[in-house]
Design a protein around this ligand. Structure first.
Ligand SMILES: [Fe+2]
Length: 301
């Protein structure tokens, strides 16, 4: 418990540091006032963390997250000098290149006992998940360097790193959130309807998901996905966790480089095929996909 509170305290310190850094160059007086008010609330929350003994983990996490989101929203608001921070936040908040962060678990390390033990949670979140975040940030920064120097010699390596660590970060972020000490049982509403339509019944879904997870070769994941094309749910396995995809992403522009796509005309000259392919990209369609896909927004960590 105290270690969890410590991790929230650390998060608050990080937020406070971001606040201090940001305050030094805030332009709008309106935002300055809002930030000052925000800091009062942060300090109150920090005091609560320091003094209270009987604290409810989930409430604390929610409050910390709320403060984090408010700070982000004020920061964006100042940059754009627009009054409607809420709307703007929804539309503009992004994770900068190399700026992914590991947030604390949304509950204490021992909250999932006896099903998942405290030691595992500590190791899993603090060591493994953190290494994915660090690895993803590093890969993104290296790819940015490649773009600015127009030198792509190591592209394969860093694309692999981005996929491996990106998948690790995104999947773990979902994993922590789809578990809860008060969880279990069955879903309700639209999700339950979709499960019944897609798998026959909840029990059949559960049986397939269990077997799929158990049968993953080596390390990996079992994943329940929504297919926007089939308009059904599906269960998939991800071996390791990437196979060069990050999951949690939506494909927009795709280029088939299997030999069957170009061999008759280009033989082994894949690069010629790729260069020529740019003449026939249907950008309005890609744009349509982007406009639709970009309405799906999870919290930016
Ligand atoms: Fe993991």
């Amino acid at each position: 418990m105290s270690a969890y509170i410590d991790s929230l305290k650390k998060w608050c310190e990080d937020m406070r540091q971001s606040y201090e850094d940001f305050m030094t160059h805030v332009k709008s007086e309106h935002i300055q006032n809002q930030l000052t008010h925000w800091k009062v609330q942060l300090v109150q929350f920090q005091e609560k963390l320091s003094h209270s003994i009987h604290l409810h983990d989930l409430d604390l996490y929610d409050r910390a997250n709320e403060l984090y989101e408010q700070l982000q929203s004020h920061m964006v608001g100042d940059k754009e000098s627009i009054e409607d921070h809420q709307r703007l936040e929804e539309n503009t908040r992004i994770v900068p290149i190399g700026g992914h962060r590991l947030l604390p678990l949304p509950y204490a390390y021992d909250a999932l006992e006896p099903y998942i033990d405290e030691e595992t949670m500590r190791l899993h979140h603090d060591i493994h998940h953190k290494s994915y975040v660090d690895g993803l940030n590093k890969a993104e920064k290296e790819m940015q360097k490649m773009r600015s120097s127009d030198s792509f010699d190591l592209i394969k390596h860093w694309e692999r790193e981005a996929a491996f660590n990106g998948a690790g970060h995104y999947l773990h972020t979902i994993f922590w959130e789809i578990m809860n000490p008060h969880g279990g049982g069955e879903p309700t509403g639209e999700l339950m309807n979709a499960i019944e339509k897609s798998f026959g019944s909840f029990n059949q879904f559960k049986a397939q998901f269990t077997e799929a997870a158990n049968a993953v070769e080596g390390s990996g994941w079992a994943i329940l996905v929504w297919s926007p094309r089939a308009r059904r749910l599906e269960i998939l396995q991800a071996e390791k966790h990437q196979n060069l995809s990050q999951w949690d992403i939506l494909p927009l522009l795709v280029l088939d480089v299997w030999e069957h796509a170009y061999y008759l005309k280009y033989q082994n000259k894949r690069k010629d095929y790729i260069e020529n392919w740019w003449h026939i990209v249907n950008w309005p369609e890609v744009e349509k996909r982007f406009n639709k896909a970009s309405t799906v927004k999870w919290k930016p960590y």
